[in-house]
Design a protein around this ligand. Structure first.
Ligand SMILES: NC(=O)c1ccc[n+]([C@@H]2O[C@H](COP(=O)([O-])OP(=O)(O)OC[C@H]3O[C@@H](n4cnc5c(N)ncnc54)[C@H](O)[C@@H]3O)[C@@H](O)[C@H]2O)c1
Ligand SMILES: O=c1ccn([C@@H]2O[C@H](COP(=O)(O)OP(=O)(O)O[C@H]3O[C@H](CO)[C@@H](O)[C@H](O)[C@H]3O)[C@@H](O)[C@H]2O)c(=O)[nH]1
Length: 447
């Protein structure tokens, strides 16, 4: 099929590449000229495992191309995806200016029936607004062209985006037109070979499904962080509690890892946006407000532990920091807990020596050159010359470090484990003070 995708970010590029891999002819459009030039040269602007090979193969095979021109892109696709950003505006609601700009542009150029497929995460009612924006432009030029708008939210996770896109749990399609549903069934048929993953519903339910999924996952994390903070105070170990509750299949082991708080481009903004939607409809969504508040507080947790360790005297101290990305397998630092921690440390007069397997360049872009930040090439380089070590992101490379070498390298051997990666007893045996999240220090069970 002929597919156009507006937006070549995490969602647009991955979707475009995977649809091309399934044999479709995909044209990706972006207003970012530099991004499109890089993509045409076969360079991938983001770090996403497996993506580069698929993009290069399909670009070379003539099934995937990139442009900055809206008109030929709209002429190309029988399915036109919108996968542009929906950042929060001043009050936390989703800002639809990019989505509506694409919709208007479709209306200005469309000259035969097409399905406009919205993949961006958008508030309930946006399909109607996109419909109106396209229709207004068609009317303005007196064009009598049929089109449908479908909601098709995306559930991929960064770091596993290609895999999620190739093997989705479900494909949610919100549509009121049979013609549009039939075209989407055809497009997604190769992804449904094993069993039908398509869940067809109305547009509003599809839009709400996306927010409900993210809000549920964020709620699980904040819940566990709340339990961790209780565990710390009562002398229990939240890691044992986690295993104790996860074994109940109604609860499950997934997404109940306590830590330094959730970050990324989705959970923080989507929980907030859903709360704003509820508010706009006269409902006070208290649970969502609490999920958000618990997370904001949790992102301060590592700083509090480090500050307490030094009795609040952080000026002149140096903290080694492992992990800048908001989670492993990405270079994305949007809303990353590492940022809140670094900024608080700087404010308190401390310096940071940081290492991340992929996000060093992004940190450089965000913070530029400054005296209180050294970006290191190796994990141990960050530790040498630091007083203490804080682990913020659970990259696999950090799972089993040489604690003895870390103890020798640190001036004040202490490890702040923001993801509960380590066994406190093992760390302490190596001669380092251990601080985790919700690990009451009075409890040490025999192994
Ligand atoms: N990142 C994720 O893991 C993820 C997962 C599911 C859903 N989402 C949602 O998908 C949407 C896109 O997210 P993302 O992370 O891919 O964003 P992103 O910021 O990585 O990419 C968005 C792209 O859209 C481009 N763009 C903006 N206006 C444009 C226009 N008029 N025409 C063409 N391109 C334009 C930007 O230049 C940018 O390259 C958001 O609504 C997000 O909430 C993201
Ligand atoms: O038990 C857990 C699981 C995750 N996290 C944190 O939660 C954040 C988000 O992680 P994850 O969900 O893996 O990453 P995203 O790429 O943001 O993906 C989420 O957001 C996307 C955008 O909407 C959705 O498509 C995905 O389904 C949804 O998982 C990260 O900071 C993680 O460190 C925890 O603290 N504890």
């Amino acid at each position: 099929m002929k597919v156009t995708i507006f937006g070549t970010g995490y969602v647009g590029l991955v979707t475009g590449a995977c649809l091309a891999e399934m044999g479709n002819h995909v044209l990706c459009v972006d207003i970012d000229v530099a991004k499109i030039e890089r993509l045409r040269r076969g360079e991938i602007p983001i770090y996403e495992p497996g993506l580069e090979a698929i993009v290069r193969r399909n670009h070379a095979g003539g099934r995937l191309d990139f442009t900055t021109e809206a008109a030929p892109a709209i002429a190309h696709g029988e399915l036109i995806f919108i996968a542009v950003g929906t950042p929060p505006d001043e009050d936390g609601s989703a800002d639809l200016k990019y989505v509506l700009a694409v919709a208007a542009s479709i209306g200005r150029h469309l000259d035969r029936y097409a399905v406009v497929v919205n993949k961006s995460t958008v508030p309930v009612g946006t399909a109607d607004r996109v419909h109106e924006a396209v229709a207004a432009e068609l009317a303005a030029r007196g064009a009598d062209v049929g089109f449908d708008v479908v909601s098709n939210p995306e559930f991929l996770k960064e770091g596993a985006a290609v895999d999620d896109c190739m093997r989705p749990d479900r494909i949610v399609v919100g549509a009121s037109s049979e013609r549009a549903v039939a075209l989407l069934r055809k497009l997604y048929a190769p992804f449904n070979r094993n069993h039908d993953r398509m869940v067809v519903m109305d547009e509003r339910s599809a839009e709400l499904t996306k927010y409900a999924a993210n809000a549920m996952l964020a709620t699980k994390i904040s819940f566990m962080n709340e339990i961790a903070n209780i565990a710390e105070r009562v002398g229990a170990d939240v890691e044992l509690v986690r295993q104790g509750i996860g074994s109940d299949p109604r609860i499950g082991y997934h997404f109940i890892y306590p830590g330094a708080g959730y970050g990324g481009s989705c959970f923080p903004k989507d929980v907030q946006a859903l709360e704003r939607t509820a508010h706009a409809h006269g409902y006070d969504a208290r649970l969502l407000g609490a999920v958000e508040a618990v997370n904001r507080r949790q992102k301060d947790k590592l700083f509090e532990l480090i500050s307490r360790h030094f009795d609040g005297r952080l000026a002149g101290r140096t903290v080694a920091l492992w992990g800048l990305a908001f989670k492993p397998n990405t270079d994305d630092m949007r809303e990353a807990p590492s940022r809140q921690l670094m900024e608080a440390l700087w404010q308190a007069g401390a310096k940071v020596r940081a290492f991340d397997p992929e996000a060093g360049e992004e940190a450089q872009r965000l913070y530029g050159r400054r005296d209180d930040l050294v970006l290191c090439e190796q994990a141990m380089d960050a530790v040498h010359g630091a007083d203490v070590l804080a682990v913020v992101t659970e990259w696999k490379a950090f799972r089993s470090p040489d604690f003895a070498a870390i103890r020798v390298a640190l001036a004040e051997p202490a490890l702040f484990d923001g993801r509960n990666l380590y066994d406190p007893a093992v760390v302490e045996e190596a001669g380092l003070a251990y601080y985790g999240i919700g690990r009451g220090r009075s409890l040490r069970l025999p192994r």
